[in-house]
Ligand binder design. Structure first.
Ligand SMILES: C[S@@+](CC[C@H](N)C(=O)[O-])C[C@H]1O[C@@H](n2cnc3c(N)ncnc32)[C@H](O)[C@@H]1O
Length: 531
């Protein structure tokens, strides 16, 4: 269904109840006893998951949906059904089409593989689709990982990972498809002109990679405390599909030192739980500081520790570069893949500008252009630079590098990281500002400038795209943890160029990087060359 728009579903005040007496199980033996809340939820338009809607439209084969919300969803409360999984949504959940229910209702079921026959229990409804717990896998797919080989004993109950039941090769195929679908659905007008999406670059390790986790706990209920009926405190992550915490002793995707920290933190919280009036989210982050007295050694000796104070400084090494940053601020969470991500970004920044003369049609296919730039890239702009990861690791080969970031704490770290890495502050600088005003600081010639964009999940603002089109950097490398907003921004950028009569950009490459093995998440990297 290339190019079919997501329907614009209208949700009326549909009042839904959710109550299920029995635990969900994937497989049964792994699930803790979980009960669904009896609370009644009123849907609003915000409840529509637009990305999921694209997947549902694709499975249904049409976007038309004519369901009267006053008609109840076509299920008994908490009905159990045997269904066949048709596809995996970008959320990592399975979708099963029920042609004889509500003219093609779709069930969304977690922890399944396409082709599998499963028993699912419906518990919540939305416009034309319902969420269901996986009760049992009746006919497992050949490529389902055997229960005993699944990495984590909490998989299926914890909301953190979605894909441990499929092989790493299958996770890579799924994520490549997620990237492709994002561009198909959100850069629809230009999809036919894009290069094929490259295979996803794998993480060198698929477990024990996360350098930061944030488990939660809730305070004891005072009524239960005074009655002496308080349950043991639950410290961990959210339960899959529920708003309750699952007690977790160890997280196999977190690094060993973070897991050591988790043991200590759990013991402290358990000991002092009566003193907490409210629950909290804890921070556990790996740091690798230099052992005092070894600073002059080459290389100095380092030792890994787990930091729990948001304000404490983390030291992290990316290849030969050292980054110090506050534990509570942003930094990529998979250190193992950073050398290959950085290497790829460097290579993309320096692709020859006139590498191709392939005609590239504009969106309305009325004009075609060829690459005609012969300049060399000499300047680098690092938008949303954080503590300087890309600006610093990619500075070689540039005359000047300038980064912009909105967090004062991150900018002061970025500037300190220049000093730690013995880089000249004359040629590399970081400014505290809104990225929307980034080009106000820049007197680089646009034909010799490369721009790295690495925005938050929501992507770039209209103002950012407007100023980009006014400046027109010769090369853009856009890194993103949300491939849907990345694709939307590509369409926004090309639309703006064409509205101004500019030929715009050629997309050189689109590739996912697996910063988050075992989960549905994928980091997208897209390279553009100005035409
Ligand atoms: C995904 S992080 C990337 C950071 C950095 N590139 C890295 O890889 O470590 C996004 C960064 O954008 C910053 N940010 C968010 N909104 C911004 C804005 N409007 N202008 C500039 N920076 C912004 C955040 O503080 C955060 O550091």
């Amino acid at each position: 269904m290339s190019g079919s728009p997501a329907p614009s579903p209208v949700i009326s005040d549909m009042t839904l109840s959710a109550e299920t007496p029995a635990p969900a199980a994937v497989p049964k033996a792994q699930a803790p006893a979980m009960k669904r809340s009896k609370k009644v939820k009123k849907l609003t338009k915000k409840d529509i998951d637009e990305v999921l809607m694209h997947d549902i439209v694709e499975l249904r084969g049409h976007s038309h949906w004519d369901w009267d919300p006053k008609t109840p969803p076509p299920f008994q409360n908490f009905e159990e059904l045997e269904v066949t999984i048709g596809s995996l949504a970008q959320s990592g959940e399975g979708l099963a089409l029920l042609p004889d229910r509500g003219e093609g209702w779709v069930l969304v079921v977690p922890f399944v593989v396409p082709g599998e026959k499963v028993m699912a229990r419906v518990y919540r409804h939305n416009w034309g689709y319902s969420y269901a717990d996986l009760v049992e896998v009746i006919q497992p797919a050949e490529n389902r990982i055997a229960k005993n080989d699944i990495l984590c004993k909490y998989f299926g109950a914890c909301a953190g990972c979605q894909l441990q039941h499929i092989s790493y090769a299958d996770q890579m195929k799924f994520k490549r498809q997620v990237v492709e679908n994002a561009f198909k659905n959100y850069a629809e007008k230009y999809f036919a002109t894009l290069p094929p999406v490259d295979p996803v670059s794998q993480s060198p390790i698929q477990s024990n990679y996360r350098t930061k986790i944030t488990p939660h706990f809730e305070a004891l209920n005072p009524k239960h405390q005074s009655a002496g009926t308080a349950q043991p405190v639950q410290i961990g992550f959210m339960q899959a599909g529920k708003r309750r915490i699952l007690d977790i002793e160890e997280c196999p995707i977190a690094t060993p030192i973070v897991n050591e920290g988790m043991k200590t933190m759990r013991a402290e919280v358990q000991k002092n739980i009566a003193t907490y009036k409210k629950g909290a989210t804890m921070l556990l982050r790996e740091s690798n500081p230099i052992v005092p007295g070894t600073e002059s050694e080459n290389p100095p000796t380092t030792t890994k520790v787990c930091v729990t104070d948001h304000k404490e400084t983390i030291t992290e090494w990316v290849g030969k570069f050292r980054f110090d940053y506050p534990a509570g601020s942003f930094f990529q969470n998979n250190n193992a893949i950073l050398p290959s991500l950085i290497g790829y970004v460097q290579q993309q920044l320096h692709l020859p500008l006139a590498s191709s003369t392939t005609p590239v049609p504009s969106s309305d296919s009325t004009s075609a252009s060829t690459s005609s730039l012969n300049h060399e890239i000499k300047y680098l702009v690092d938008a949303y630079c954080g503590s300087g990861l890309f600006g610093i690791t990619c500075h070689e080969g540039f005359k000047k590098v300038l980064g912009v970031e909105i967090s004062a704490a991150s900018i002061s770290c970025a500037t300190n990281n220049l000093v730690l890495n013995k880089l000249s502050t004359e040629t590399t600088a970081f400014h505290l500002d809104d990225a929307d005003k980034i080009f106000a600081h820049i007197d680089f010639p646009s034909a010799e400038t490369a721009l790295i964009i690495d925005p938050p999940r929501k992507g770039c603002s209209d103002e950012f795209l407007d100023q980009m089109v006014a400046f027109l950097p010769a090369r853009v490398v856009y890194v993103s943890c949300n491939v849907q907003t990345q694709a939307k921004d590509l369409q926004g950028l090309l639309d703006r160029c064409h509205a101004k009569g500019l030929p715009g950009y050629r997309v050189e490459a689109i590739r996912g990087f697996d910063l988050f093995p075992q989960t549905r998440h994928v980091e997208g990297v897209m390279t553009l060359t100005r035409l």
